[in-house]
Design a protein around this ligand. Structure first.
Ligand SMILES: [Zn+2]
Ligand SMILES: [Zn+2]
Length: 77
């Protein structure tokens, strides 16, 4: 077997393993830091999805982009 094949397998395994966990982040455009959100802003949306489309949703990821506290320019007087 080619070494490349096994590498693909390992990658595919991690890709398809069910991470039944929602992830929410805010990512700073300036320092590229990601901060996890404590609360899910769209939890109720995922539930509303279910009846309207035939798709079983296991989890979702959500990322907001902006500026973190450190990078946000302070309002100067
Ligand atoms: Zn920042
Ligand atoms: Zn969520």
């Amino acid at each position: 077997m080619l070494p490349l094949q096994s590498r693909v397998d390992i990658k595919g395994e991690s890709l398809y393993s069910p991470i039944s966990q929602d992830r929410h982040y805010v990512t700073c455009l300036q320092c590229s830091q990601s901060f996890p959100l404590e609360h899910c802003p769209v939890d109720h949306l995922a539930e509303q999805f279910q009846p309207s489309m035939s798709f079983k949703i296991y989890y979702h990821t959500l990322e907001f982009f902006g500026l973190c506290e450190v990078c946000t320019p302070k309002a100067a007087d």
